[in-house]
Structure formats: C-alpha cells, structure tokens
Design a protein around this ligand. Structure first.
Ligand SMILES: NC(=O)c1ccc[n+]([C@@H]2O[C@H](COP(=O)([O-])OP(=O)(O)OC[C@H]3O[C@@H](n4cnc5c(N)ncnc54)[C@H](OP(=O)(O)O)[C@@H]3O)[C@@H](O)[C@H]2O)c1
Length: 389
C-alpha cells in the first residue's frame, strides 16, 4: 500500500503490515467453473459484503465479466480508486438504515474511466475520467451507474484525489456554507477534525477570512491540524472540549459541526453563541469497535438531543440535520456544489489529503485504519495491484 502525508497514517502502515498477509480478504470465485473452451473468459474482482459483523464479512470475490451494456442514461466505467467512508463501516455492522438486501458491494464513491455509454448520454464519452457519487456498489473493477451521478475530473486531479473528493467535501461544504452560513470572523468547532470530512472542513474554513477553528482529534494528529489552520486543537480523550473552548472563548462558537450524535449534540448546542448553528450529520458515537455494539447504540439513542420550538425561539439558535444520501433526487443542487468545489480545487484552495491507499486484497487493513482512529485524511481502496510508494 502507499501512504501520503505523515504521522498517524504512516505509523498505522507499519503497525498493520505484519497482520496484513494473514488478514488479506480471501478471493472467492463465485463464477461457475468454466468449460475448458471458456477458461480464458475474463473475470472481474469485486468486494462483497456477505453478512453483518466484523472485518471478515467483506470478501474479495470474482464475477464473470459480462459484456458492457449500460442502459439508457447510464454509463459503465473501469474503476481506478474508491473512497472508504463511515457509512461502509455502518453497513458492515448492520446498523445502516438504508441498506439493500445482502450480498452487496459497498462503496458510495469512486473514480475511473468511462468504457461505455448508454442511450441518451450526450455529455460523456468513452475515455472520459469521471468521479462518481452513488448509493452502493463502487468497490469493484467495473461498474454501471446513472450518468447523472458522475462528474468530469479536472486534468490535474489523480483518481485517488477524485475518489476522496465528493462525499467528504460536499458534506463539509453544505454543512459549513449552506446550513452554517460561514462568514468572515466566525468561529467553528470541527469534530473528527483529522478525518475525511474534518480535513475538508478545515480547508474550506481557510477560504473565508479570519475564521477561528477549534478541532477535536487524538493528540498525535494535532501537529497536522495546526498546519491545516486549526487555532485550537483539543484532545477529546484527555480533556473536556466544552471546558477548553469556554476558557478561550467564553461566549462559545458560531458553528458546531456534529458528526458524533448522542450526548455530544447537546454539548455542542450549549456552546453556541446567540445566532449560532449546530449541524448534526453523523452518529459516530454508535461505533466502538469492529462489531455492532448494542449498548453504544442504545446510549447514543437515549442521549439524543431534543429541543422544542419554544426553546429554539428563546435561544436564538438553529439546529440542522444533513444527510447527503437523501439528496439523490436533487441533482441540480449537488451539481452546483461540485462546480464550486472544482473551482476551489483549480484555484488551489482545496486538495484532498490522502491518508493511505490500499489494494482490494487489504480491505481489512483499510477498514481498520478508519475504525481504529489512525487515519489523517482519506482512506482509499484501489482495485489494481499494490502500489509502490
Ligand atoms: N450526513 C452525511 O451525509 C455524511 C456524509 C459523510 C460523512 N458523514 C459523517 O461524517 C463523519 C466523518 O466521516 P468520515 O467518513 O470522514 O470518517 P473519518 O472522519 O475519516 O473517521 C475516522 C476518524 O474519526 C475519529 N473518530 C471519532 N469517533 C470515532 C469512532 N467512534 N470510531 C472511529 N473513529 C472515530 C477518529 O479520529 P480521532 O479520534 O483522532 O478524532 C478517526 O480517525 C462520520 O460521522 C460520518 O458518518 C456524514
């Protein structure tokens, strides 16, 4: 595998390297045994979620390569890189609300080359490099998706960067600018600040003048956070971030990005200045290890934040909920966000930070990197053979 950046990402690589050989996902052949004449028929590799539970539930399999036949409005692409997201971990644990029946290929985003276009697709052609945001199914060598879910990649962008852009930056952008109304002089609390969405948020905060960022993350990641513009990194393992923020800014902050849920939503709300906004967009507190933890789920649910309209009215605060997956029908809205993000990319204001790149065989290590809180930036999967640094 290859890593970019330093610190936690690189350390994680050596820590997991010894286990990698043993834990590489076994390749299963799901195609019927070929007759001798058909033996040369190519097959495609895909990662498949075969059941709910720990890392071993995601298996590397092969399927026969069917002739490409994208339907009307669809295109097929050769996948070069895919993003690993929290939603993939929740899917594996069986706690994702919007999951189709198993077996299922995970992966909501990726990038690759167009190899066939269906009827009625006028703005894409074979050879185009595109990035994709879709429901599931990206973790395979070849995939067919609605053309409307694809975006042309800038020439300078690598497939790894493209696979790291959509879910993280669209979420960060819409949370900060659409709901958060980020303006010069504002202060923002970014949780999981060294993660995929967190890093995207830090870069986007730097596009606005004089924004003060408080960022929570494990202590080993604080140097990177400072480099990325976090004025006040906070180790939430060893200190109470509410107290720390109050010491520095007694009136609190203008925007709280809340990917944690449970009791942290109420804490975030308590930190809002008058006219402040809390945007909740995740429930990471439900996850404590590789397998579903019913106690953590119950605790997160029990500690859910609730507020009445009357309380909101009297407190001059706003609480918003954001879920990118539920905006699938709003393609015009999403396209506008991607256009603005690509402009920021071209101007050099944003650049996805890749934590590590793992071949499909090492999907277990890739998932562990995120789950064990080791990543600094985005974790990427590639279908091809292991890449040299
Ligand atoms: N609503 C939406 O549309 C949407 C879209 C994308 C992502 N999200 C949410 O955004 C959050 C970030 O997602 P991401 O994919 O970018 O992941 P990520 O931030 O890269 O996640 C990994 C990092 O999160 C931190 N973390 C905090 N609590 C954790 C826990 N219980 N388990 C594991 N790691 C934990 C860890 O770093 P430290 O402990 O060092 O901080 C870890 O390195 C998630 O809550 C996700 O569900 C929501």
């Amino acid at each position: 595998m290859s890593t970019e950046g330093d610190g936690a990402g690189a350390a994680a690589v050596s820590a997991t390297a010894a286990a990698a050989a043993e834990e590489a996902a076994p390749v299963e052949d799901v195609a019927p045994k070929p007759a001798p004449a058909e033996a040369a028929q190519p097959s495609l590799r895909c990662l498949v979620l075969t059941g709910f539970g720990g890392y071993e539930k995601v298996k590397l399999q092969r399927r026969p390569a069917a002739p490409l036949a994208p339907g009307p409005g669809q295109l097929s692409l050769r996948v070069r890189a895919c993003g690993l997201n929290f939603s993939d971990l929740f899917a594996r644990q069986g706690v994702h609300d919007h999951l189709p029946p198993l077996p299922l290929t995970p992966g909501i985003e990726g990038a690759g080359e167009v190899v066939a276009v269906g009827e009625g697709v006028a703005d894409r052609k074979v050879g185009d490099r595109v990035m994709v945001l879709t429901r599931w199914g990206m973790w395979q060598e070849e995939v067919t998706v609605p053309a409307a879910h694809t975006f042309l990649m800038p020439e300078a962008m690598s497939f790894e960067e493209a696979a790291a852009l959509l879910a993280n930056y669209m979420t960060a952008y819409m949370v900060l600018f659409d709901f958060g109304n980020l303006r010069p002089g504002h202060s923002v609390l970014v949780h999981m600040a060294a993660g995929g969405v967190g890093m995207a948020a830090l870069q986007l905060c730097r596009t606005v003048e004089n924004v003060t960022v408080f960022g929570t993350a494990s202590a080993s990641k604080h140097e990177v956070l400072r480099e990325q513009g976090v004025a006040h990194p906070i180790d939430y393992h060893t200190s109470d971030y509410v107290e720390e923020i109050r010491k520095i800014s007694p009136r609190g902050v203008d925007i709280v990005m809340d990917p944690l849920g449970g009791s942290d939503t109420a804490k975030g709300y308590s930190l809002l200045k008058p006219m402040g906004r809390l945007i909740t967009y995740g429930v990471a507190n439900m996850m404590t290890g590789p397998k579903r933890n019913l106690m953590a789920i119950a605790r997160t649910w029990w500690n859910q934040f609730s507020v009445t309209a009357q309380q909101l009215l009297q407190s001059n605060r706003a609480v918003c909920g954001f879920y990118l997956g539920a905006l699938e029908e709003d393609q015009e809205l999403l396209r506008g966000v991607v256009t603005r993000l690509l402009a920021l990319y071209s101007q050099g204001h944003i650049k996805p930070r890749i934590d590590s790149v793992w071949p499909f065989e090492k999907v277990t290590d890739a998932m562990r990197q995120l789950q064990e809180k080791k990543n600094v930036g985005k974790v990427i999967l590639v279908p091809g053979p292991e890449k040299e640094n």
